[in-house]
Every structure is written in structure tokens, then in C-alpha cells.
Design a protein around this ligand. Structure first.
Ligand code: CA2
Length: 161
């Protein structure tokens, strides 16, 4: 990251997260995806950073967005939705771009069905936040932005990832 450029964080949301706030409020709360993006953007702004947000119900579109993150993006927050539990391709894309990654889940996936306990993303993430509701996005952006602006960026992808 060049010192004169404003640090930028890409917030990626996967399948069905466009439905936030419309169904299953007991699991996902009543906030909408727009609320999530607003929260992430305001949190980043407080650190002098910017947010670019995308949501897709299609695995390949998410992979393309991750590939396109370089150059210009300094870190990624990702809630890959159900693709978390299935997509080696998204994991490989995150490892390929080698940016700092925080994985977020609104619900506590570990309290839910066993198939949600597996994440292909966690092994390439620097931090994982689950069960904090949409506040998880604020925590994720706060973590990344504070490190980016302090000049001590989180690790990013390592060869082991
Ligand atoms: O807890 C999370 O954030 C999840 O990533 C949400 C995914 C789920 O498949 C993961 O296991 C955990 C599902 C997102 C579906 O979002 C909806 C929101 C409102 C209504 C219906 C679905």
C-alpha cells in the first residue's frame, strides 16, 4: 500500500445474505444488508479507510470479485454464507490474492447444524468472528482498519494458506 492512498477494505457477502432483515429474524436479526454496509462503511471512515461492498448468490462472481481486489484493496471481510462450508474455490481465491482476511458469520455456526461447523475459509483467514450478529462486521472492519492505518497490517495469506 502506498502511503498516500486511502486504505480500502472489500466487504464480500455470499448467497442469500441479500435477504437479511426480511426472513429468519430469530437467526439473523432484523438488520438489512444495507445496514451492514452502512455499519462497515462508517466504521472504516472513523479510521480514515474506505469500504467497497459486494454481494452475490453466485460462487464464480464472488471469486471474480476477490481476484479483482488487487490492486486497490488492502484487506477483505467475507461472509461467504453457505459457500463457507463447501467452497474450496473461494478459499483458493483468497489465498491467491494474499490479502488480510477476516471471516464473519452473523449466527454462531458452532451452535447450529454440524455441516455449518466446517469452514473452508477459516484456514486462510487472519481472524474469525461468529455469533456477534451484524456487529461482527463492525469488529472485523475495526480490526483491519486499525492495523492498516497503524502500519502494522494483519498477516495476510502466508505460503501455508
Ligand atoms: O451466520 C451467517 O452469517 C451465515 O454465513 C449465514 C448463511 C449460512 O448458510 C451460514 O451457515 C452462516 C446463510 C445466509 C442466509 O441469510 C438469510 C437471511 C435472511 C433470511 C434468510 C436467509
Amino acid at each position: 500500500m502506498s502511503p498516500e492512498r486511502t486504505p480500502s477494505i472489500l466487504v464480500v457477502n455470499g448467497p442469500n445474505l441479500n435477504l437479511l432483515g426480511t426472513r429468519e429474524p430469530a437467526v439473523y436479526g432484523s438488520a438489512t444488508l444495507d445496514d451492514v454496509i452502512r455499519l462497515a462503511t462508517e466504521t472504516a471512515r472513523a479510521h480514515g479507510c474506505t469500504v467497497t461492498a459486494m454481494q452475490s448468490n453466485h460462487e464464480g462472481v464472488i471469486i471474480d470479485a476477490i481476484h479483482a481486489a488487487r490492486p486497490g484493496t488492502d484487506a477483505i471481510v467475507i461472509n461467504a454464507g453457505a459457500l463457507t462450508h463447501t467452497s474450496i474455490a473461494i478459499r483458493d481465491a483468497l489465498a491467491a490474492v494474499a490479502l488480510p482476511v477476516v471471516e464473519v458469520h452473523i449466527s454462531n455456526v458452532h451452535r447450529r447444524e454440524e455441516f455449518r461447523h466446517v469452514s473452508y475459509i477459516s484456514g486462510v483467514a487472519d481472524a474469525v468472528i461468529v455469533g456477534a450478529g451484524i456487529d461482527g462486521y463492525r469488529l472485523a472492519v475495526d480490526h483491519l482498519a486499525s492495523r492498516l492505518t497503524a502500519g502494522t497490517p494483519p498477516q495476510g495469506a502466508s505460503p501455508g494458506k
